[in-house]
Design a protein around this ligand. Structure first.
Ligand code: AHR
Length: 327
């Protein structure tokens, strides 16, 4: 069966079939379509960050490698677009639906529709807050609370033995998303043990560079003595660096900066001394996801939770890791 490239526009939402299945009846057979291939409908968050771009590439490359037909949609950071995409995958009777939820809440109805249509769902990257665990087969992604804790632990060590107040500003990820909620909670949990740490301002920068710059500009205007910036991703941190430099300050020196992700641009800024510490969040979920898709279609048992292995980087470690960084 020849692969077709097709694009379907759903009320402003672009659903692109990268290697669409050719079956006319569109029937998900449970083991693929009439070309014998598994069809996976993947509803991505958007293209808001370097992390997201690397994640999309990982999913697309791995699907190709695994011989899985991938239907891919970009929700442009809007939950309603993701819900539309999932409904379109249900109508198309794909074999498996995978998605990275824009926000944690509000998925039960559409996931019940998938369950009623007997289409298994896999959560990738981000969790949902539904108590009904039967709505999805497995969840593969990072432990975001642990990432926040690692950021907090670095800070505690960095300021060990010092007694003066440490004024922190926080750039949160997209409001309502699992990484924003969990990275905030993990960080707060660690620093609360020492009252010298004060979060003087905390606001969303929507995981983007532009918003990170805009919010950091406002933080700098409203707060005279900022010691530390904790940004929930590299992109917001990089935007904030522009704001800090624009204010005549030295990022990494006048204001210490901690970020999450460890994408190439972030690692470069870390190696250059403009960021002080990065907690890694791996976007390379594609190979494991395709493995899980195959197992789910074959009716094999899969673990409820697959946690991604990750590390952290200091400035010296970034210098050593940069030449081999894939993304
Ligand atoms: O869900 C993962 C987060 O989403 C990444 O840390 C951030 O960069 C992205 O946009």
């Amino acid at each position: 069966m020849l692969k077709k490239i097709s694009a379907v526009v759903l009320g402003g939402l672009m659903v692109t079939a990268l290697a669409a299945c050719g079956g006319d009846d569109g029937a998900g057979s449970g083991s693929g379509n009439d070309d014998g291939k598994i069809t996976l409908g993947f509803a991505q968050v958007g293209a808001e960050s370097g992390w997201r771009t690397a994640n999309t590439k990982s999913v697309q490359d791995s699907a190709k490698e695994a011989g899985i037909d991938l239907q891919f949609s970009d929700a442009q950071q809007k939950q309603e677009n993701q819900i539309k995409a999932i409904r379109s995958y249900i109508t198309q009777k794909v074999d498996v639906i995978a998605f990275s939820p824009v926000v944690e809440s509000g998925w039960d109805t559409v996931l019940r529709e998938a369950k009623d249509a007997k289409i298994p769902v896999i959560l990738t990257d981000r969790a949902i807050d539904s108590p009904d665990k039967t709505l999805y087969k497995t969840f593969i992604g990072s432990d975001f609370v642990l990432e926040g804790k690692k950021a907090g632990e670095w800070l505690v060590t960095e300021y060990q033995g010092k007694t003066e107040p440490v004024n922190i500003v926080e750039l949160q990820g997209s409001t309502g998303s699992a990484p924003a909620n969990d990275r905030k909670a993990g960080f707060a949990d660690v620093i609360k043990a020492d009252p010298k740490f004060k979060v003087v301002a905390s606001q969303t920068g929507e995981f983007t560079r532009a918003k990170g710059k805009e919010v950091m500009d406002a933080f700098l205007k409203a707060n005279k003595d900022i010691d530390v910036l904790y940004a929930h991703n590299d992109d917001m941190g990089l935007g904030a660096i522009e704001a800090i430099e624009g204010a005549g300050l030295k990022p990494g020196v006048d204001i210490k900066i901690i970020t999450v992700d460890a994408v190439k641009d972030g690692m470069q800024a870390l190696a250059d001394g403009k960021i002080n510490f990065i907690v890694e969040c791996s976007p390379l979920l594609g190979p494991q996801l395709m493995d899980l898709v195959k197992k789910v279609v074959a009716g094999e048992t899969v673990p409820e939770r697959v946690v991604t292995e990750e590390t952290t980087f200091t400035q010296e470690q970034a210098k050593a890791a940069l030449p081999n960084r894939q993304y």
